[in-house]
Every structure is written in C-alpha cells, then in structure tokens.
Design a protein around this ligand. Sequence first.
Ligand code: 13P
Ligand code: ZN
Length: 281
Amino acid sequence: MSTSYTASAGYIGGTAAPFIEEMSEITHHMWSLGWDELNGGNISYLLDEAEVAKYIDIREAQRVINLTFPVTELAGKYFIVTGSGKYFRNVIKDPEANLGVLRVSASGESVEVLWGLRNGAVPTSELASHFMSHIERLKVDSTHRIVLHTHATNVIAMTFTHDLNELQFTKTLWEMCTECLVVFPDGVGVIPWMVPGSSDIGRATADKMKDYRVVVWPQHGIFVTGATMDATFGLVETIEKAAIVYNLIGGREIKQKITDRQLADLAQAFRVTPKAGILEV
Ligand code: 13P
Ligand code: ZN
C-alpha cells in the first residue's frame, strides 16, 4: 500500500495525527493550570516509525540540527517535541509552528526535522535533559515514552521551604494525600539548583532517572516521565496536588497526620513497594 502525502503533512483527510493531537491537548491543559507561563515547559514523546509514517513523509529530512551531546542509544528513533521559546498557550492554535517531529540520525550526533518547527524554529533548549532521560528510563522500562518538564507552581514553592533531601521530600509528599504513596511509591529525585538548558543539568537529571520517574529542579520545576500522556500528566497532577496541600498547611500546627505505620499498611493494601529508607516501621 502506498501512502500519499498531502500539502498539510501531519494530517490525513483533515484529521491530525493522534500524537499531534495529544501534544496539543496536554500543552493546553498545562498552560490552563498556570504551570507553563510564557515559553515555560517542554515535552518530548517517543513515537513508533510506522505511526509517524502514516502521517508524515519520513523519506526526506527538511533540515538537520546538530546536537552538542551525542545520543547514540537513540539513533533512528522518532520524537515529537515542543520548540524552544514556544508558548504552550499557542500550540493548540498552530501545532506545526510550535511542535516538531524529529528523527535522531544514525550517528546520534544530530536530529533530522521531518515535520513542524516552521520558520527555522529549533527543539526545546532542554533537549539534553530529555534525550538523556529517555535513554535512562528505556533501560529500566521498555514501555517508557514521554518526558515532560513543567513549572508546576506549588512544587517550585515547596523547594524554597522544604529540605531538598530527596528522601525527606518524598516522605512529605506521601504524607500530604493518601493516594501519593500508591501513585509514586518509587519517590521523587531532587538535584541541586543548576543552570538550565545545559548538558550538565541533562546528565544530573538523567542520573536520577536511573532510580526515579520524577526529578525536581529546585526553584525551577519538575521533570516527569511515563509510558502514556495520561500516566505522565497524572503523575505531575498528583505531585502538584500534594505540594498545594503542603503549601496550604504552611507553618500552621499539624494536629494529625498519616503515620508511617498507616503508610506501610497502605502500601501493603495496594501492593506497592515504598522506596527503601523512608518509612520507619
Ligand atoms: P524551551 O522554551 O527552550 O523549551 O525552555 C523552556 C524551559 O522551561 C526551560 O527550562
Ligand atoms: Zn523550565
């Protein structure tokens, strides 16, 4: 069967590719929640070649962008990513200008732009953190697909007042809402404050991704990974909700809380294994 490509690639019979729809919908939600002001936040989504080829001509690259960090492990892989400096608010209005479909070159030293990033736009400045995180998550989870970075307001606020020890940070989040331990028994990693957009922060983030699906960037935001958009977005929502509760409590006296024993009982009931070294039971 031959595939015919229309002038408006990315669409078949007026219907957008599902992965373009998903990116448009999720960026809109994230902007509505106030997490992604201005050009804040970025997403990368690993796609199957066959799925991309249904909607986009993969035979010829529109242009090639060199990477400053080789990613040989991702050679030949396809991603849809948000563009650098692009506003999440605008994605839904004009996906082709704000998103791009990329293929990592055979050498892993560049990416080929196959669709989108109109008018010379480039992929997110956090591509190093995204690609390096994909590499680490794929090593431990073959179903992994998505890396999502967002400026979740309450998580940022919490990094001002809470200790940045990741075990303590995780325990506090678990204590804020009963569902937290069930949703992220593996906890959250935390890196020190670093200059964003660099290979260094990419390596530090990816290093944490060996053990965590979530990495907090103090005074900046959060990196969250997952197999589907629903799971990844749901994970940020849950963590942000816990951070909201933490900030609402503020410095006020706590009269009762979920005890370590109760958290352990919860884990047993929902058949999850809490990250070791946190609960004292
Ligand atoms: P980009 O616009 O390059 O994706 O950067 C936004 C951001 O959140 C940087 O951390
Ligand atoms: Zn950011």
